[in-house]
Design a protein around this ligand. Structure first.
Ligand code: SF4
Length: 347
């Protein structure tokens, strides 16, 4: 049967890097993580309304899009052979493999098996597990670690219980529960250790900026790192007509994430307006422009740069897959529309 663990989907970037699909990203944007996604003929069991894999959108396994691009189906063994051939070759720059789950009863045992097979092949790249907490419990996390995984991210995606329920909970005929995801963050940190566990947060699903900052603060206070994603509507989903997250909002949340994760601010350093929008951040006086630059880079596990996973090639990069230069950093600060930062760095 064509199904995980013997078969997996590959992100389009990973498919190109491994030479299954022709093409290359722009220079400087090597796809340094190989993102694998599980595959099941009966598809994903959940119904998150922003996702192309959702039960009522995909109607089975045929729909192959996720974050707007096709995820080609490949034999795991072929994928691992190609990774083994390319590992250590600077031309490809591979750093990490990410084992991504669907919401499916087999999700965790198969992720563990895929991780074992990566190590049995003798591949030494770092391995991350991207888990759905509904089907991944602490014991699975322990098994993932034993099998050879180094890091784990809990794909909570939404910034608050309010938004979580609206886009992935009961009201949209989906079975995910906010409380289980919050519990899984602590389990992930316990099993993998501080900073080796994290969350995925999608900005633009309907949260206020205050809610996003509070979740980032909470995750950081529990020892978890934060991987930020910018919402971009997926055709065919109930959210297909919702606008992508505005650049100014994303830039403010990127700044908040970076400042919080680097312990440079406290929650009291953020000023919000009555709608929960960030209007000011009290940043340390000695922070230089160069030091702020990485705030606008892709965040998450080291080596996971996800080029063009948040926008179409040609538009402004929301997550820079490289260290932004001075011009890019200035333009990102300007885009944040935070007057005090613009006055200090741009004018
Ligand atoms: S940050 Fe990248 S490697 Fe880490 S879990 Fe997320 S997608 Fe996977």
């Amino acid at each position: 049967m064509i199904s995980s663990p013997d078969w997996v989907r590959l992100s389009f970037g990973a498919d190109m890097v491994l030479g299954f699909s022709p093409g290359k990203f722009l220079k400087g944007a090597l796809n340094t993580t190989i993102n694998l996604l599980e595959y099941y003929p009966d598809g994903c069991k959940a119904n998150c309304i922003y996702c192309g894999q959702a039960r009522e959108v995909a109607k089975g396994p045929e729909c192959k899009t996720l974050i707007r691009v096709e995820w080609p189906l490949r034999k795991l063994d072929d994928v691992l052979n190609r990774i083994k051939e390319r590992e250590g070759n600077p031309e490809y720059g591979l750093q990490r493999i990410c084992v991504g789950q669907l919401a499916h009863p087999r999700a965790s045992p198969d992720a563990i098996e895929i991780t074992k097979r990566i190590r049995e092949k003798g591949i030494e790249l770092q391995i991350s597990e991207l888990v759905t907490a509904t089907y991944t419990f602490k014991q699975h996390m322990i098994e993932m670690r034993k099998a050879g995984a180094d890091m784990i991210d809990v794909a909570i995606d939404a910034a608050s219980k309010r938004v979580f329920d609206q886009v992935r909970g009961k009201p949209v005929r989906s079975m995910h529960r906010w409380e289980r995801y919050i519990q899984a963050i602590d389990e992930a940190v316990e099993v993998f250790g501080k900073k080796n566990a994290g969350i995925h947060l999608i900005v633009g699903l309907g949260e206020t900026e205050k809610e996003a900052v509070e979740l980032i603060w909470y995750a950081h206070s529990r020892g978890a790192k934060i991987s930020l994603f910018a919402f971009y509507p997926e055709v065919g989903t109930p959210m297909q007509n919702k606008k992508p997250v505005p650049l100014n909002v994303y830039r403010r949340i990127q700044l908040a994430r970076w400042l919080i994760e680097n312990d440079l601010v406290k929650l009291e350093d953020f000023t919000f307006d009555e709608e929960g929008k960030i209007v000011d951040i009290n940043i340390p006086q000695d922070l230089s422009l160069k030091e702020l630059a990485p705030a606008f880079m892709t965040s998450g596990c080291p080596g996971c740069n996800r080029p063009y996973s948040n926008e179409r090639p040609g538009s402004v990069l929301k997550n820079y897959p490289w260290y932004p230069d001075e011009k890019q950093t200035l333009s990102a600060i300007k885009a944040s529309k935070i007057p005090s930062l613009i006055k200090r760095f741009v004018n």
